[in-house]
Design a protein around this ligand. Sequence first.
Ligand code: UT7
Length: 322
Amino acid sequence: MKTIKIVNTASQLPEKIVSNDDLSKIMDTSDEWISSRTGIKNRHIAVEETTASLAAGVIKKLLLQSQVDPAEIGFIIVATMSPDSTAPAAAAKAEQLAGLNGIAAFDLNAACSGFAFAFTTASGLVNSLDCKYGIVIGSETLSKLVDWQDRRTAVLFGDGAGGVLVQAVDEDERLLASDLKTLAGDADYLTAGFLPRQGWGQKKLGSPYFQMDGHAVYSFATRQVSRSISDAFAKAKLKITDADWFLLHQANQRIIDKVADLLGVSQKFFLSSLKDYGNTSAASIPTLLDLSVKKGLVKRGQLIVFSGFGAGLSVGTVIYRY
Ligand code: UT7
C-alpha cells in the first residue's frame, strides 16, 4: 500500500480585503465585538474570482513550483461547500481554467472538514488509480452563501483556496492516522445553500444562506475536535505531545484555544490565520498550511495535525509526518 507525501503547497486569495470596520459601516457590528469574540480582523472576499478560478490558481502554482508533468497527475479533488454550479463540478472547471484535460476531477463536500476528508480520500486513490501524483484543494467562495443583513453569520466567513500536490510513496511514516466522523443527528445546527425548487408544487427545503446555532456548533466543535484528535493519536499509537503543530479549522480563536486547553497542550502549538482570513471552510487548513510552510514554521520531518469541523456536523483529523 502506498501513502501520500505532500510535495508542495499553494494558496490563492481574492484581491479584495474587507475589514471589521468595513462591515461595521453596513451592519450593526463593531471591530471590538468581532475581534474579541472570534479573533477575526479581515477577510478576503471574491468579486471577480470564483471557487473554480481560485482552485485553478492553486493548481497553476503547484505545477509551476514543482515542475511535475501534468500527465503524471491522476486526480484533482476540490473540497468545497460553495461550488459555482452543481455541474460542472468546481474541480472540473478548475481543471479547464488551469489549461489541463483528462485528469479525474471531482468535488468533495464535507463542509469545513473537507480538507481532512479529501486528504484521506487521496491516500486511497493513489492506490486504486495507481497514479504518481494527485492534487487536493480546499476552495470556497462562502460570501455568496452569506446573508449580508445577518450580523450573526456575515462577520465570520471569507473566501479563498489552498491546496497540496501529493506524491504516492512507499513510506510507512507519512499519513499516520485519520479519524473522520459525521454526527448527522445534529445536521440541522448548521445549514446553507438550499437550491430553489419549482414545478410539481415542490416545497422549499431551506434557506440559501448560512443558518447556524452558534452555541450548539461551538460546543460540538470544542468537544468533538478534542475527541477526534485523541482518537486519531490512539490509532497512530502516538502521544499528543509528539505533535509539532496543530492546524485546526479556522472558525474562531476561542474554539482553537479551548481545544488546546482540553487536550492539555500549550496554545502556542496551534497555528492561526483567523486574523487575516476569517473562516474559509474547507480552504482554511490548506491555506494555513501554505502560510506556515512559507513562514518556515512547518518544516520537513515534523508531525502535524489537521483537524476540521463543521456542517454535517462533521469532524475530521489527520496526523501527518510533513
Ligand atoms: O465553520 C463553521 C463552524 N462554525 C463555528 O464554529 C461557529 C461556532 N460559534 C461561534 O463561534 C460563536 O457562537 C459565535 C462567534 C458565532 C457567536 O459568539 P457568541 O459569544 O456565542 O455570541 P452570542 O451568539 O451569544 O451573541 C452575544 C450577543 C447577542 O446579543 P444579546 O442577545 O446578548 O443582546 C447577539 O445578538 O452578541 C450579539 N451579536 C453581535 N453583536 C455585534 C451577534 N453577532 C454580532 C455581531 N456584532 N456581529
